[in-house]
Design a protein around this ligand. Structure first.
Ligand SMILES: C=CC1=C(C)c2cc3[nH]c(cc4nc(cc5[nH]c(cc1n2)c(C)c5CCC(=O)O)C(CCC(=O)O)=C4C)c(C)c3C=C
Ligand SMILES: [Fe+2]
Length: 423
């Protein structure tokens, strides 16, 4: 490294990258009626990590949730790391230095269907439409990249902060959960022109992604589309939660980059550079397409991605989802192809009505030739928690004392007890 002296007389290593600290003091509260990281603004970086949970009874699960909450509260607020004793492993990985910045970090906790199904004392409390993700038409699912008892979504201004938080959780909850898979991603931060409407970030197919997303700042809309409400058919403990559909979707970028621009635009249903809908090509990405006056698909093909995903009929209003994806770049596959894609994350109040219905409409779409879903899962994001409370407390409170008396029995994946012996 070359060194130079700054005007303040300090030595400065010029070829060492210096993290952009402009926004490192941004703090997103982890507390509230809903967990952070769902309708809070999406920062530039994210990681989704899925875990096996080792809890065998309600007390174990409560201890896990309480420990996780402690880490979430510390990491999202930031602060000095504890002093290290040279004779012991350091309490912090040190990646972010002696003071952890909040950096807009959010950590969102979701539960997979296996957590409930594998534990008789939890089974009755499973959210109504929480289910194991099953294969869709174009999926080539890799078992090691799918499902999980518990999912954490980390979002922050920098990837270092997400990595630091993941390492912290893994280190601080040994014996409570074991990492199964993780996928990192980011969205390009575009320079915003002063006074101009914000523009959506681009995905790795080069298109703006997010143009027609429901407005996450519209509380009434989010109440309808994203949050499980008290009037729903869900168990009471789930009020304030939300369903996540996570999909790791490879983009076959070499093939896409050799596809003519006009074909790319017909596949998506939007102009590549501006994001305008094809039926109003001189408009902006904010323009709403008018499919009703184009019933034969002359302007927007009937099988265009946006037309299938959202036909914009009164009936399909119920299927709207809140997308919060990240792009991922994983290097090179064994066959020499670039391993890049979309870490698709969508939030909804009802998984069947939302993601699953939309994905069924997208099955066999022309875009399938250029994408391959390889992983992911469905998770239920726990309701929010107040300062002093812990994430998952409503679920723990709902576990009936009778089921807890049998709770020391092993989970179903362990050998069944000998029927001839008394517990
Ligand atoms: C099942 C849900 C969806 C999956 C999976 C999905 C994958 C996927 N999408 C793109 C690129 C774009 N999608 C766009 C819009 C869009 N996509 C979905 C759903 C899924 N996409 C919806 C509901 C919508 C909104 C439709 C509308 O309301 O008009 C767009 C257009 C811009 C935008 O509105 O965001 C792009 C571009 C890729 C590359 C991809 C898989 C890799
Ligand atoms: Fe899409």
């Amino acid at each position: 490294a070359t060194e130079q002296t700054t005007s303040a007389g300090q030595r400065h290593v010029t070829d060492a990258p210096i993290a952009d600290t402009t926004n490192s003091r941004d703090m997103v509260s982890p507390h509230g009626a809903h967990q952070a990281g769902i309708v809070t603004p999406r920062p530039a970086n994210g990681i989704v990590a899925a875990f096996h949970v080792l809890a065998n009874d309600a007390a174990d699960l409560e201890a896990l949730f309480r420990r996780l909450t402690e880490r979430i509260v510390f990491l999202t607020h930031g602060g000095p790391v504890p002093d290290a004793d040279p004779k012991l492993p350091p309490p912090d990985s040190g990646i972010l230095g002696p003071v952890v910045p909040p950096d807009a970090l959010t950590i969102t906790v979701g539960l997979g269907s296996s957590l409930f199904e594998d534990r008789p004392w939890l089974a009755a409390l499973k959210p109504r439409v929480l289910q194991r993700m099953v294969k869709f038409h174009n999926d080539a699912l890799i078992a090691d990249l799918c499902h999980g008892d518990l999912m954490l979504q980390f979002c922050a201004n920098t990837q270092d902060t997400c990595v630091h938080a993941l390492r912290d959780v893994v280190k601080n909850l040994p014996g409570q959960m074991v990492l199964k898979w993780a996928q990192a991603g980011n969205v390009p931060v575009l320079p915003q022109r002063p006074g101009a409407a914000p523009e959506s970030a681009r995905n790795l197919l080069g298109f703006r992604d997010g143009s027609a997303n429901p407005d996450s700042a519209d509380e009434e809309l989010m109440r309808r589309l994203v949050w499980v409400g008290p009037e729903s058919d869900e168990p009471d403990w789930a009020t304030g939660g939300s369903y996540a559909a996570v999909r790791i979707i490879r983009n076959l970028v070499e093939r896409w980059d050799r596809t003519p621009l006009g074909e790319q635009e017909r596949i998506m249903g939007r102009m590549k550079m501006s994001g305008a809908p094809l039926d109003q090509p001189d408009a902006t990405e904010a323009q709403v397409p008018d499919f009703a006056t184009d019933p034969d698909g002359t302007r927007t093909p009937l099988d265009a991605h946006i037309r299938l995903a959202n036909p914009r009929t009164p009936a399909t209003e119920a299927n709207l989802i809140l997308r919060r994806p990240f792009n991922y770049v994983n290097g090179v596959l064994k066959n020499g192809q670039l391993d890049q894609g979309l870490l698709f994350i969508a939030w909804q109040a009802d998984l069947d009505r939302g993601f699953i219905t939309v994905q069924k409409r997208l099955d066999k779409e022309p875009l399938e030739e250029y994408i391959r879903p390889v992983g992911g899962g469905y998770f239920f994001a726990l309701p929010g928690f107040a300062d002093g409370d812990y994430v998952g407390s409503t679920l723990i409170a709902a576990i009936s004392p009778t089921s807890q008396t049998t709770s020391s029995q092993p989970v179903s994946s362990d050998p069944a007890p000998d029927p001839g012996t008394k517990p």
